[in-house]
Design a protein around this ligand. Sequence first.
Ligand SMILES: Nc1nc2c(ncn2[C@@H]2O[C@H](COP(=O)(O)OP(=O)(O)OP(=O)(O)O)[C@@H](O)[C@H]2O)c(=O)[nH]1
Ligand SMILES: [Zn+2]
Length: 454
Amino acid sequence: MYPVDIETMPSSCGHNHGHHEAPVAASEPVKQVSLSKSSPLDTITLTTYPEDSTPIALSWGESSPEERGPIVASRDREGLVKHNAIGAHSGSYCVYHALAIGSKQLKKDHVADYTNAQPAFSVPEQKTWYNKEDIIAMDPFGHLTPVLYDEVSKSENVEVRPTIAITKAHMQLFELKDAVEQGRLKVDGKVVINKNGDLNVSKIAVEPVWYLPGVAKRFGITEDELRTSLFEDTNGMYPELVTRPDIKVFLPPIGGLTVYIFGDPKFVSDPSKKLALRIHDECNGSDVFGSDICTCRPYLTFGIEEAVKEAQNGGSGVCIYFRKEGRALGEVTKYLVYNARKRGGDTAAEYFHRTECIAGVRDMRFQQLMPDILKWLGITKIDRMLSMSNMKHDAIVEQGIPILERIPLPDELIPPDSRVEIDAKINSGYFTNGKVMTTEELKNVRGREWHDVL
Ligand SMILES: Nc1nc2c(ncn2[C@@H]2O[C@H](COP(=O)(O)OP(=O)(O)OP(=O)(O)O)[C@@H](O)[C@H]2O)c(=O)[nH]1
Ligand SMILES: [Zn+2]
């Protein structure tokens, strides 16, 4: 499928690849290249090939965790020939792990001791965990690996790491304290613990695990197209994407998500219980630091408050927080756009155009992969969706989960400077119970200008 030999690929600049001294004969399928004489390393493995490998059996979507098999990414111990996943664990934190090893603060042969780390509550098993369609962006058994695959990890001498962790906690938010003080929320001792508005919460952290054929299908492209673009556009970070078509699982170096559940976690998958849901994408500037240019923190805390109310009414409330900063364009791009907006006359009419000028697109969040977590949790319908986003809505409904009611952010919670954002979004298809402005009217919705900010 991939007639690509990365060691022998022609270099357009006419030089050898990288900084390696010893060239590799074009005809030999050599996988190791000598580094320069001053390097502390003798050899380094650039990639692996199917003919030299005996990966541990892994078959996505099988009808039992044993038949599916463990996900093995690490090259340590016997992992170099036995790994069955491309990439490294922990999303973007894999680089810190490498730094810890490189700086000799972490031993390469460290074996994790998971004593007492098991889930704090159980998530009921779902049919969705056992097919190739419903879940393709996370490992449905990621929270059970120390139990399910401990033996195979020992007998095969490979690392099998959890990609999901489940815990319980209390949380304190100023807005929830205010909700209790203003009488919007009552203290029940279970969900809202006290008059400070402290909450009981059940939490699930999930790292991304992609089944490449399934991800390609969601985007309507071929697996080859997906692999090629992941390889090329990360500047060759993952050669195995092209040299190992036999390996179908990829651990991408991106952020994961956290599920916050209010009320009894068992109710989330119980169709007889009402469910309120907020899907929230990270906006560090607003969520944590209170920037008033967008509606992110107000919608987040409104979503939590509504989720809490649903739990207190006998249903359950869920808030899922995705690490997709700045519509997954990142904070640097976001701030560049802010500058362009503020210097160019910040109107709702120009809101998306400014992002497109800099990033080429207005959004890279790709909500197509988002519904996996809903299916994993066993959510089959959403009674109250706390979101105006058509992209989130359409992605969820396309995956077969009906949304019964959509709840926009109340006007009084919209900070003054973010009217530009919200009106632009409504004009482009976001849900509202109110007025949809014309393109002409959007020109008159203005945010703070640069001289007001400085
Ligand atoms: N690039 C860019 N990203 C922004 C800007 N303002 C907010 N964001 C990002 O947009 C995303 C907003 O996500 P959400 O709060 O989930 O909201 P949404 O998807 O727009 O829709 P709702 O569910 O209706 O709130 C976050 O990733 C923010 O970091 C902006 O001006 N430029
Ligand atoms: Zn924001």
